[in-house]
Design a protein around this ligand. Structure first.
Ligand code: SF4
Ligand code: SF4
Ligand code: FES
Length: 766
């Protein structure tokens, strides 16, 4: 894209060709009023407040493209009159309940009414009765709705659920005289507003993945969280900028907190909010915020016991729901005490990355989610993407909507949410077919492949990929006019017995085709852990094992149920290394009354650090914690923390042997290890809005086939053992592979599996 120069209100500014005037203005700190505009989504053109004059013509700046040499005025007397009339119209029949409205204090209707100096009301129309709707986590009050359609747009363009739409308001027509007497844009806006409201696409209840993003973008109090309703005024809450702790995307969030109530001064998180122009939360991030460990005081005896136990232990077992600083301390303890560090999930990811890197010659994958959002052709392999990495799903949907993109989604579990998105072709490949899928991608998209690779590919059959009829014709159509290619790889591949071949194949796709790759880190801070810790394959079986948020002989736990309790991730300062290869900061939302891993380390290591974040400056780019910012620029540039560099790695030839996938097959029915929507781990399950018991998640059709209904007990048997759990019918999956979750600590799901996420299983009603 080439740079152009234009003039806004007398100021010379530079822009990329094709950028909208509103974006250019914002990037240059020039203010243009706008209510319905949403960064990263298509313009809804509902509010018309963003009117500007460009080269003498009135245009909507959220939609009009900047042109070289253009002269733009953001306000003229006529525009001022239009904007004032628009705000007057928005105020017609708007209930005067700001005193109790949740949005009061951060309401765009309040702000723009003041800004446009509305001090009387010239317009009127008969009001209609519009009852409040309760939609799960959300409440919709149509009386407060200004029909800006941001909720509809974000759900369609960003989330991909398209669960909301405009519906008829059933109102009387506006007085005809207004057409002649009112400013033109204000009348047109009002006429449209007067005809519509927001409803659900299903016509009744809200059937969606419950991200709550529609409440985040709503400029008024029309769509709100039912949990937060009437609990606090916005201005009483202290906003703590931080990073969501639940998956590897590490979304920017604000924990919003204040005292519990007048008789209890303990602080409590009331809600999580986000910069919805630049980040998008899933429901786990939005509703799963109160997972703190209340602690039981600074018990010196417990600390002494913990120190002695760590000193005498041979192994620490942990997972990747920890900060980089905690990971560094664990590594230092390993080096000092000769401990083994066991983190199975991260170990597999590290091995996959190591093999992939030797093929590509780069230490990390080449893409990130911003790149995926900019693509027009994306392939996803080996991830139940909707629940493994909701933001990866949002990125592929956004690429479809904004770039007329197409997506091939290879996964054995049918996903009705993805199926409903036009532009995604879902291919229900069999478990263990990942090698065939990647080989197909390499064969189809690889350029100038060396002879040995072509020979290898020639021996692969693609029987288990389950290509639909006429797939090649469909693909040819999808590929028309496509120029930016993204490949998303998921956790199924890291745990496969074929992981070595798969990692080499992903590396080969990267170097011989136009695809840039993202290897979704399998847990919150897996990428940080593998770059900081030298992980071991096997534990030291002759001595005690410390469980760090995992089960061991002695448990150090952020859940409050350990032998030694530590702060949870909403009670710590620290950093994660997220999917975008960015070191992002976490801040303390709630205090923790107790000790942390750093207190144990101070008794063992040669260095003494007052705070865990003193270790931040020893990580990656050696920048102190207090120097890390946690914000976006006006133009949406991610300024949080810093990006780590991708280094060169010695290249090696691919060493794969012939495909083995033919030899490993699941003959009968399979189960799959994954979590349902809104759950990631024990922390999400602990949050008061997300508390639920796990079970065996079955598609409605599979439940019918098995003759079970919600709540029936089922016996799940694999070659490794069996468990009896409740059946849960999940209309967001399809097909005949049931899902066993990991978020519920009462269900020992992993014992049924061999490492790979699929395994053959028998399911029977008990
Ligand atoms: S509910 Fe909110 S976001 Fe949706 S149209 Fe109404 S005012 Fe706009
Ligand atoms: S909660 Fe999310 S998925 Fe549901 S309607 Fe709102 S934006 Fe759409
Ligand atoms: S922001 Fe442009 S029409 Fe609303």
């Amino acid at each position: 894209m080439s740079q152009i120069k234009l003039n806004i209100d007398g100021q010379e500014v530079f822009a990329e060709e094709g950028e909208t005037l509103l974006r250019v203005a914002r990037a240059n700190n020039i203010f243009i009023p706008a209510i319905c505009y949403l960064e990263r989504c298509s313009p809804t053109l509902a509010c018309r407040l963003c009117l500007v004059e460009a080269d003498g013509k009135q245009v909507y700046s959220c939609n009009a493209k900047a042109k070289d040499g253009m002269k733009v005025l953001t306000t003229t007397p006529n525009i001022k009159e239009e904007r004032k009339a628009i705000m007057e119209v928005y105020d017609v029949n708007h209930p005067l309940e700001c005193g109790v409205c949740d949005q009061s204090g951060e309401c765009e209707l309040q702000n723009y009414t003041l800004l446009e100096e509305v001090d009387n009301q010239k317009y009127a129309t008969k009001d209609t009765y519009k009852p409040v709707r309760n939609w799960g986590f959300i409440q919709y009050d149509p009386a407060l709705c200004i029909v800006c359609e941001k909720c509809v747009t974000v759900c369609k363009d960003m989330i991909g659920d398209s669960a909301l739409k405009t519906v008829s308001r059933d109102s009387e027509a506006l007085d005809k005289n207004y057409k002649e007497t009112m400013p033109k844009d204000a009348y047109a806006m009002w006429n449209k507003l007067n005809k519509s409201l927001i409803g659900t696409s299903s016509g009744t209840s809200l059937d969606c993945t419950n991200c709550g993003e529609c409440t985040s973008v709503c400029p008024v109090g029309a769509l709100i969280s039912r949990d937060f309703k009437y609990s606090s005024n916005a201005w009483e809450l202290e906003k703590i900028p931080s990073t969501c702790a639940h998956c590897s995307v590490g979304c920017q969030i604000y924990y919003e907190k204040k005292h519990t109530d007048i008789s209890n001064s303990d602080e409590k998180i009331y809600r999580v909010s986000n910069e919805s122009h630049f980040t998008t939360l899933c429901g786990a991030g939005r509703y799963g915020f109160d997972f703190q460990n209340n602690g039981n005081g600074r018990d010196k005896l417990a600390l002494k016991r913990a120190v002695e136990t760590v000193k005498s232990a041979g192994t620490i077992i942990f997972n990747s729901q920890i900060t980089n600083e905690e990971a560094l301390i664990l590594q230092k303890l390993k080096e000092k005490l000769g401990l083994k560090l066991i983190n199975h999930e991260a170990y597999k990811y590290a091995e996959f990355m190591r093999i992939y890197s030797h093929i590509t010659g780069k230490s990390l994958y080449s893409g990130d989610l911003n790149y995926i959002r900019s693509c027009d052709f994306i392939i996803s392999v080996g991830s139940a993407i909707k629940t493994d990495s909701p933001n990866s799903r949002f990125a592929i949907n956004n690429a479809i909507k904004m770039n007329k993109g197409s997506v091939l989604y290879f996964h054995a579990i049918g996903d009705p949410v993805l199926e409903s998105i036009k532009g995604i072709v879902q291919i229900k490949s069999k478990p263990y077919s990942e090698e065939q899928i990647l080989s197909y991608i390499l064969k189809r998209f690889g350029k100038n492949l060396p002879e040995n690779i072509s020979k290898y590919l020639a021996n692969i059959n693609f029987n288990d990929v389950n290509f639909p009829d006429n797939f090649e014709t469909t693909l040819d159509t999808m590929l028309k006019k496509k120029s930016r290619f993204g490949l998303i790889i998921g956790a199924d591949l890291y745990s496969s017995s074929q992981a070595h071949n798969l990692a080499e194949l992903v590396g080969l796709i990267e170097i011989y085709s136009d695809f840039k790759t993202v290897l979704i880190p399998s847990d919150t801070n897996t990428l940080g852990v593998i770059n900081i810790c030298k992980l071991d394959k096997n534990a030291n079986n002759n001595s005690k094992k410390i469980g760090y948020n995992e089960k061991g002989d002695f448990n150090i736990s952020a859940f409050g149920d350990g032998d030694f309790n530590i702060p949870a991730l909403n009670q710590q300062e620290g950093t994660f290394l997220n999917i975008d290869k960015r070191v992002v900061p976490l801040n303390v939302a709630l205090n923790f009354n107790g000790f942390s891993l750093n207190d144990i380390a101070n008794e063992i290591l040669d260095e003494i650090q007052d705070n865990t974040i003193n270790y931040t400056s020893q990580l990656f780019n050696k920048i102190e914690f207090d120097k890390l910012s946690n914000e976006f620029s006006n133009s949406g540039e991610d300024l949080r923390g810093y990006l780590i560099s991708v280094n060169n790695v010695t290249k090696r030839e691919a060493t794969f042997h012939l495909a083995q996938s033919d030899k490993i097959k699941i003959q009968g029915k399979a189960i799959y290890l994954a979590n349902p929507i809104l759950q990631f781990n024990r922390f999400t399950a602990k949050a008061h809005q997300l508390q639920e018991n796990g079970g065996l998640y079955l598609s409605p059709e599979y439940a019918k086939e098995l003759g079970v209904i919600n709540g029936n007990n089922v016996l799940v048997t694999t070659k490794n053992g069996n468990i009896t759990i409740s059946a849960i019918i999940d209309n967001k999956i399809s097909g005949d592979i049931a899902i066993l979750p990991t978020f519920d600590s009462k269900i020992d799901s992993r014992k049924l599996f061999d490492g790979y996420r699929f395994i053959e299983a028998k399911i029977s009603k008990v």
